[in-house]
Design a protein around this ligand. Structure first.
Ligand SMILES: *[C@@H]1O[C@H](CO)[C@@H](O)[C@H](O)[C@H]1NC(C)=O
Ligand SMILES: *[C@@H]1O[C@H](CO)[C@@H](O)[C@H](O)[C@H]1NC(C)=O
Ligand SMILES: *[C@@H]1O[C@H](CO)[C@@H](O)[C@H](O)[C@H]1NC(C)=O
Ligand SMILES: *[C@@H]1O[C@H](CO)[C@@H](O)[C@H](O)[C@H]1NC(C)=O
Ligand SMILES: *[C@@H]1O[C@H](CO)[C@@H](O)[C@H](O)[C@H]1NC(C)=O
Ligand SMILES: *[C@@H]1O[C@H](CO)[C@@H](O)[C@H](O)[C@H]1NC(C)=O
Ligand SMILES: *[C@@H]1O[C@H](CO)[C@@H](O)[C@H](O)[C@H]1NC(C)=O
Ligand SMILES: *[C@@H]1O[C@H](CO)[C@@H](O)[C@H](O)[C@H]1NC(C)=O
Ligand SMILES: *[C@@H]1O[C@H](CO)[C@@H](O)[C@H](O)[C@H]1NC(C)=O
Ligand SMILES: *[C@@H]1O[C@H](CO)[C@@H](O)[C@H](O)[C@H]1NC(C)=O
Length: 559
């Protein structure tokens, strides 16, 4: 709405004076506001200072004065001119009331002053339009325009006492094309014939007296420059998700051109939701906001408690000719995301388990052998006598590791049966046949390697070793355990078969100290590795106390 007061442009301006005494120098009273009124009509004049300063009601006092008078205007309601709260009321104005009025607001140490000029116009009796005092309003052709009766605002708080009638060119308007809406009214589908002189007449009842108020409005129907169509911005026939029993709140946002008045409502099956759902689903009041070149109207829909029947129902927002709906559906679980998530978690767990297994493989297997399968502890009935055939270079004679440590740990503590050449062979048998036979009766072949000896030529020196290695490689199922007594950097001068075994099965390196007690414990890393490669069916019988002689032997040999 664009209203201008042509004859006397209505503007309120204030001088704000800050002074202890509120004495105001003459040159400061030049800036006066103007309020117009027709003879015989009531008017309420606002001081505005209280509103501008945002003061706490309890902390200031406000008084009205006629210019030049030290005596404040009375607050007695039966007086024709009186202060009504912070306003100055004339019931009704007479021609002689024209002049200046001041409003002084005192607040503890400060005080403020505003000056208002009141202009009373002679009544042009019998006229339906005041040619000297009128407002102007432009309305767009094709729209539904709201015509506003101006300046009734100061009596608005007592709305029930106001009844407004509208006239055009002296004829009262009937309700066919017009919708009366409080003190305003709406012209549906404006055309050029709607231009003209309008007048609103209101009767205001106060303390038993009736007062007539009238305003003149000159209406001009203009071709809307950019005829913005009514458009529903939201909803857009979309679906939202909500849980059963939840409170669903949506807004129908409608954009229209300025001053277009459209009725907006929410319906289901063409019935207003307020009626259909008896209060469970409610439509909100229409809120209008000015936007650039148009207006945004918002009407809410409040489903206080979502019921199963509401799922899939079309809640339609009607805005004049256009409509759009929204539907509610139960929240969908995001299965794909869920699936991907659990798969990732599964893969992670598996990877972790594999990692743990790789790191602790030996311990796990040994523990498994020990605790899970007690029946494994019985020797396997495969017709074999020895758990391992021990092969070693004879350059060190007697070897402490082979003859003392190995039997101490594997035989005494773990219960394995070993065949150690030079200890266990029976005299009087042909060497080759003994070796061949014995190896066939063994489940594992343990080869001890040592780099220190200057000529470590296994095959050349000992034909029995050649046979053993050959058997180990050719005969199926024979597993070889390679033990390095020290770090062997270069395998290239080793026999090819040894190189092959090293490559295929790897070697276990002895790092212990033969003279240390710890080296005789089957729980060390080294012995765990050996036991892991040994046939299952044995466990640590006991952590038997170490026979001191073993240590002593090694000490003497080691030196
Ligand atoms: C106004 O002042 C009174 C007393 O100082 C205080 O109780 C009240 O809360 C204030 N009101 C506001 C809106 O500040
Ligand atoms: C206020 O009244 C005084 C005398 O009462 C007068 O001289 C002065 O001009 C008036 N002020 C205005 C702005 O009319
Ligand atoms: C009028 O003012 C006096 C003192 O300023 C106050 O006591 C009284 O309550 C006021 N009356 C009304 C109706 O505001
Ligand atoms: C308004 O009416 C008064 C008498 O009621 C008269 O004195 C005055 O001249 C009139 N003014 C105009 C502008 O007609
Ligand atoms: C405006 O009024 C004239 C005369 O009554 C009429 O001929 C014309 O059709 C009207 N125009 C519209 C748009 O109603
Ligand atoms: C108000 O207007 C009506 C008719 O329009 C008239 O009969 C009545 O006397 C007026 N009242 C006053 C107080 O002017
Ligand atoms: C509807 O308009 C209101 C008020 O401007 C705004 O707060 C709300 O976000 C809008 N809703 C949608 C869905 O655009
Ligand atoms: C609306 O109409 C549809 C189809 O006729 C019906 O299934 C549904 O129950 C109706 N909704 C309400 C709230 O009456
Ligand atoms: C919807 O209505 C319920 C019940 O009256 C109310 O508690 C709730 O605040 C409303 N929701 C909104 C967003 O206004
Ligand atoms: C929404 O559906 C209505 C019919 O119910 C249709 O007239 C309108 O064009 C649709 N709006 C959108 C944005 O799809």
């Amino acid at each position: 709405m664009k209203s201008t007061l042509r004859l006397s442009v209505m503007f309120m301006s204030f001088c704000l004076f800050k002074s202890e005494t509120c004495t105001v120098r003459d040159e400061e009273v030049y800036n006066a506001g103007l309020e117009t009124v027709i003879v015989g009509q009531p008017v309420g004049i606002d001081c505005y200072l209280d509103k501008i300063l945002h003061l706490n009601q309890t902390t200031y006092s406000l008084k009205w004065y006629r210019n030049g008078s030290e005596v404040p205007i009375t607050n007695k309601t039966d007086s024709r001119i009186h202060q009504h709260d912070n306003m100055l009321w004339f019931l009704s104005a007479i021609f002689q009331d024209s002049g200046f009025y001041t409003c002084i607001l005192r607040e503890s140490a400060r005080c403020y002053k505003s000056v208002v000029r009141v202009a009373v116009f002679n009544n042009s009796d019998g006229q339906c339009f005041h040619d000297e005092l009128f407002y102007e309003q432009e309305i767009p052709i094709g729209s539904n325009a709201k015509i506003v009766c101006p300046a009734l605002g100061n009596f608005k708080e007592d709305m029930n006492a106001l009844s407004v009638h509208w006239y055009k060119e002296c004829k009262q308007l009937d309700g066919q094309r017009y919708v009366f809406y409080g003190e305003d009214f709406i012209i549906n589908n404006v055309n050029s014939n709607d231009s003209g002189k309008y007048q609103c007449k209101a009767t205001y009842t106060y303390e038993g007296n009736k007062y007539n108020i009238s305003r003149s409005i000159f209406v001009i129907a203009v071709a809307s420059p950019e005829k913005k169509r009514t458009e529903i911005l939201y909803p857009r026939n979309n679906t939202i998700e909500a849980e059963l029993g939840s409170n669903v709140f949506v807004e129908c946002n409608v954009s229209t051109f300025r001053d277009n008045f459209i009725s907006i409502s929410w319906k289901v099956n063409k019935t207003l939701v307020d009626i259909l759902y008896e209060g469970r689903i409610k439509e909100g009041y229409q809120k209008d906001f000015r936007t650039e070149g148009g207006e945004l109207s918002v009407v809410s829909l409040n489903i206080t408690e979502l019921k199963r029947d509401d799922y899939g129902e079309q809640f339609v927002c009607y805005a004049g000719e256009v409509a759009a709906y929204i539907t509610v559906q139960a929240p969908t679980r995001h299965y794909i995301g869920y699936l991907v998530g659990s798969l990732a978690a599964l893969v992670f767990v598996i990877a972790l388990l594999v990692l743990i297994y790789l790191l602790f493989k030996i311990d796990i297997i040994l523990w498994y052998r020990k605790s899970c399968h007690p029946f494994l502890h019985k020797k396997v009935a495969d017709g074999k006598i020895y758990d391992a055939y021990v092969l070693y270079p004879k350059t060190h004679n007697p070897d402490c590791f082979v003859l003392k440590v190995l039997p101490e740990v594997l035989e005494k503590k773990c219960g394995y049966t070993l065949f150690i050449w030079g200890r266990d062979e029976l005299p009087g048998k042909a060497l080759v046949s003994v070796i061949d036979e014995t190896i066939k009766q063994s489940r594992r072949l343990i080869i001890i390697l040592k780099s220190g000896s200057p000529s470590y030529k296994l095959l050349e020196e000992a034909p029995e070793q050649q046979i053993a290695v050959y058997n180990a490689l050719v005969h199926d199922g024979m597993k070889v355990i390679l033990i390095e007594l020290d770090k062997i950097k270069d395998y290239s001068n080793m026999p090819e078969s040894i190189q092959y075994i090293k490559q295929k099965h790897g070697a276990i390196q002895w790092k212990g100290d033969l003279t240390e007690r710890q080296s005789y414990s089957p729980s060390t890393k080294f012995w765990k590795k050996v036991r892991y490669r040994m046939p299952p069916g044995h466990q640590i019988f006991s952590e038997l106390p170490l026979v001191e002689t073993s240590l002593n032997t090694c000490q003497t040999i080691g030196r």
